[in-house]
Design a protein around this ligand. Structure first.
Ligand SMILES: NC(=O)c1ccc[n+]([C@@H]2O[C@H](COP(=O)([O-])OP(=O)(O)OC[C@H]3O[C@@H](n4cnc5c(N)ncnc54)[C@H](OP(=O)(O)O)[C@@H]3O)[C@@H](O)[C@H]2O)c1
Length: 267
């Protein structure tokens, strides 16, 4: 299928590793010109082939979203696709946390700053250049947890639930002007969030008296009742992002796509 993406311009946040890196690679493979934003670059990002610019940006800074979008306009002449991927544990935070009683007011504030308010600001910056092109596609990377309230990561889940609500509202307002807005809700994905030292697998391993690899390969899929029996791979998210970014999805807006190995059980 020709996704008709060649020559379009995208901004991808959190692009240096994990899901954002896979999204950046998938879009470049389709001939998209990509502005990739993160605090630091990585050899994996720098090694990608195609029309790629890396912007050093800290999304905890309220000025950063405008600067990222401005680079897309100044370097590539406009903006067609925005992938709000950055999210998860805010800088300096390790998840999971296991109880509502753990996060403080400040923890809640930074969680919403990173997972919701940075998206609000990036969308606000992107709307005008997208309208100037006659429309575009915004893909917000949410989480299956947005629709499955639980004591674990209660602040993160609430921020992502807000993101789903925002997405639907944006889709209502801007569909008549050609901007589509959708969420993808991953289940647990094999990224640094899980695999790095001190990451989610290590925290769960310490709680349960096992080791990192056992958590990733067996315990987490069991705990989260994944029908597929394994974590999701970043590429599996990226492929759906590319489809949603494409004009082939012209009637898809305000939708939420679970790419979660069967994590969500409800219909
Ligand atoms: N992994 C999962 O299991 C999972 C499950 C459900 C949903 N998700 C969602 O998927 C998205 C991506 O998660 P991931 O697991 O791929 O994350 P990841 O591997 O930890 O990568 C995070 C990316 O965000 C960037 N980043 C972190 N802090 C930033 C900041 N302050 N400003 C700008 N960029 C920043 C990182 O680069 P720098 O550190 O260089 O800034 C990196 O590129 C998130 O929205 C997350 O909530 C993930």
């Amino acid at each position: 299928m020709d996704l008709q993406l060649s020559g379009r311009v995208a901004v991808v946040t959190g692009a240096s590793k994990g899901i954002g890196l896979a999204v950046t690679r998938a879009l470049l493979d389709e001939g998209v010109r990509v502005v990739a934003a993160s605090r630091k670059s990585t050899p994996e990002l720098a090694g990608l082939k195609g029309d790629l610019i890396h912007v050093h940006a800290d999304l905890m800074d309220a000025e950063a979203p405008g600067q990222i979008v401005e680079r897309a306009v100044s370097e590539f002449g406009g903006l067609d696709i925005l992938v709000n991927n950055a999210g998860g544990p805010p800088p300096g935070v390790a998840l999971p946390r296991f109880s509502f009683l753990t996060p403080t007011d400040e923890d809640w504030r930074v969680m919403f700053e990173f997972n919701l308010f940075s998206v609000v600001r990036t969308v606000r910056a992107a709307i005008t250049p997208m309208l100037a092109r006659g429309g575009g596609s915004i893909v917000n990377v949410s989480s299956g947890s947005a629709r499955l309230p639980a004591p674990m990561n209660v602040d993160y889940n609430a921020a992502k639930a807000g993101l789903n609500n925002l997405t639907k509202a944006l889709s209502e307002e801007f569909a008549p002007q050609g901007i589509r807005v959708n969420t993808i809700s991953p289940g647990p994905v094999r990224t640094a969030w899980w695999t790095e030292s001190g990451g989610a697998a290590d925290i769960i391993a310490a709680q349960t008296g096992t080791d990192r690899d056992s958590v990733i390969d067996q315990l987490a899929p069991e705990m989260m009742k994944l029908s597929t029996g394994r974590l999701v791979e970043p590429q599996e998210i990226a492929d759906v992002v590319a489809l949603l970014a494409s004009p082939r999805s012209a009637s898809t807006t305000g939708a939420d796509f679970a790419v979660d190995g069967g994590f969500l059980k409800q219909i």
